[in-house]
Design a protein around this ligand. Structure first.
Ligand SMILES: O=P(O)(O)OC[C@H]1O[C@H](OP(=O)(O)OP(=O)(O)O)[C@H](O)[C@@H]1O
Ligand SMILES: Nc1ncnc2[nH]cnc12
Length: 172
């Protein structure tokens, strides 16, 4: 059900942001309130009572993680691209399907022992999720699960996430 909603509301864009990349654009899902709400409620219902905080990765992860956190009545914590968070941060460099980047989290935004649900829209090479998981663990919190709307299985991102509970609603 939610798998079909995601597939129906995904636009494939060839050669974006660079030649050879088949970009999975989820903006049609975010623009469809009923479908988007169904996806948010599905994620919230599967992790209820199993996590203490929801972390989203800038930028598309924010679009998903903030409503999930709100629906679960849990705190939302942003992992941001470098240089955007004003407080003391932990920082991690990584590579992704089309480049390299650095992300940060406020070092006081998570507490030791907290169970984190890490959310993003797409799992490609896994570099982004692995870097975010590493940041979360450096705060002392625990990555209870990593959840994506869509996984590009042919890029093998799960190999970078061995040892974590990784779930993608749709695998292509
Ligand atoms: O598995 P990977 O190869 O690491 O790629 C996945 C990441 O790439 C996209 O974000 P992007 O860095 O393009 O940023 P955006 O959310 O700001 O568009 C996507 O939202 C994931 O965060
Ligand atoms: N092919 C892709 N489509 C959408 N987001 C991505 N992030 C990394 N690779 C991606």
């Amino acid at each position: 059900m939610v798998e079909e909603l995601i597939l129906e509301h995904t636009r494939d864009v060839a050669d974006f942001p660079e030649p050879g990349v088949q970009f999975k654009d989820l903006t049609p899902l975010f623009a469809a309130p009923e479908a988007f709400r169904s996806v948010v409620d599905d994620i919230g219902s599967r992790y209820r009572a199993a996590v203490d905080v929801v972390v989203g990765i800038e930028a598309r992860g924010f679009i998903l993680a903030a409503p999930v956190a709100m629906a679960m009545d849990l705190p939302f914590v942003p992992v941001r691209k470098a240089g955007k968070l004003p407080g003391p941060t932990l920082r991690q460099e990584y590579s992704l399907e089309y480049g390299t980047a650095t992300i940060e989290v406020h070092s006081d935004s998570l507490a030791a022992g907290q169970r984190v649900l890490l959310l993003d829209d797409v799992l490609a090479t896994g570099g982004t999720a692995a870097a975010a998981a590493s940041l979360i663990e450096r705060t002392g919190a625990r990555v209870a699960a990593i959840e994506m709307l869509m996984e590009l299985g042919f890029l093998g991102g799960r190999a970078k996430l061995a040892g974590y509970d990784v779930n993608a609603i749709v695998s292509v």
